[in-house]
Design a protein around this ligand. Structure first.
Ligand code: XIL
Length: 373
């Protein structure tokens, strides 16, 4: 691939697996993973082998979301989550491979098919607020309790803030849980998760808050409120689904945002980093779909952006790590989510390091010997 050629020209030394570099600098470097691809031995096992080699943390992309787990009022499907994490008393795929796990997500606070079970929305009219509170408690207690001790960090709440003003407190999205319980569904969810696994760190996660702005202000105000009500919030997840329009330079809105989080005494993580660039419009059935940059220079700019986001992480005391949303362009949500965009991840469709992966490596190496965790 052309990206390998560029990387080879720029960097004479061989590529050191990122997991090795991340371990050495005591940095949590993660990727979204999919149980189906691991179980199905995707690409003859290359998918699995590359994840295990390149990251020290994983986050199930979809396997822990409510629609995947919560199949009926008291019915659960733990097939994929048990594969990844192990049934109680057993070791799962992540444990076998000594990978830390971020759990995603207990409450995905919007009313879409991939965020909340269809049966729950369909029975909304017959569920009282008191019943909803019990259901939320039981769901969180069951799921967090089942994997107690195996999940280092949980996203308790995801995407609860609306994109444009809607008149709700903290501009909370109009979702099932908001309609039933008001803003306190946030407080309750954090308390329930903490009770079920007191050692797990608990996060609230969202997009388009990385660089500050109204949505970021609303989220920080919400977190301040939730903590005043006793919600044990440890950190804020910054999704970082970005494009080449973004930048993260010392002193700018991104650095200010992580400082504001630090001022609240909270940690942050970059949770879902990808940098989408325009790709050649092959049909979805073509193996090149979503993989080939329209303009090779974009790969160079993409690498610089990966480097600056990573630099922001390693230079911030309250950063608990960074994850990409998938690790190779072979399996990324971008091409189907944003048609005409893709090639968003640090490794290419053949699992080879792109210029972005070399930048991540370079930045992590500056952390050698710092002894931070
Ligand atoms: C996305 C997955 O990547 C897709 O496979 C799925 O179809 C929809 O959800 N923010 C999040 C993630 O917090 O859970 C979303 O994941 C991407 C945006």
């Amino acid at each position: 691939m052309i990206t390998v050629g560029i990387a080879a020209l720029l960097f004479q030394s061989p590529f050191v697996p990122l997991r090795q570099v991340a371990d050495h600098s005591q940095f949590n470097l993660g990727s979204a993973v999919d149980a189906w691809a691991l179980q199905g031995n995707l690409d003859g096992g290359a998918y699995e082998a590359n994840i295990v080699r390149e990251v020290n943390m994983v986050e199930p992309e979809n396997d822990l979301k409510p629609p995947a787990i919560w199949t009926g009022p008291v019915q659960y499907n733990f097939a994929n989550s048990d594969f990844l994490l192990g049934a109680p008393g057993q070791t799962g795929w992540a444990g076998t491979n000594k990978l830390k796990v971020r759990g995603h997500v207990l409450v995905y606070a919007r009313d879409d098919g991939y965020t909340i079970p269809g049966w729950l929305l369909a029975s909304e009219i017959s569920i009282t607020p008191t019943q909803a509170r019990t259901m939320l408690h039981d769901y969180i207690t069951t799921l967090v309790g089942r994997y107690k001790g195996k999940i280092a960090i949980w996203d308790v709440i995801n995407e609860c803030i609306d994109d444009s003003p809607n008149g709700n407190p903290y501009n909370l999205r109009n979702s099932f849980w908001f309609r039933k319980l008001g803003p306190d569904f946030i407080v309750d969810a954090f308390k329930d998760a903490h009770a079920a696994d007191p050692a797990a760190k608990l996060y609230i996660n969202d997009y388009s808050i990385e660089g500050g702005g109204t949505k970021a202000d609303e989220l920080l105000n919400l977190v301040t409120y939730a903590r005043s009500q006793g919600a044990p919030v440890n950190g804020i997840g910054l999704q970082y689904h970005i494009g080449l329009w973004a930048s993260a330079q010392p002193g700018d809105g991104h650095y200010q945002m992580v400082q504001r989080i630090a001022n609240l005494g909270l940690k942050f993580m970059v949770t879902e980093l990808d940098v989408a660039i325009p790709v050649v419009n092959y049909p979805q059935t073509d193996p090149r779909f979503g993989l080939v940059a329209s303009n090779p220079q974009d790969l160079v700019n993409q690498a610089a952006l990966y480097g600056s986001v990573m630099k922001m992480c390693v230079s911030s005391k309250n950063c608990e790590g960074a994850q990409t949303w998938g690790f190779s362009d072979r399996l990324s949500w971008i091409p189907t989510f944003e048609y005409g965009m893709g090639a968003a991840l640090p490794f290419d469709g053949a699992y080879q390091p792109k210029a972005a992966a070399w930048q991540i490596e370079k930045v992590l190496q500056t952390r050698f010997g710092t002894g931070r965790s």
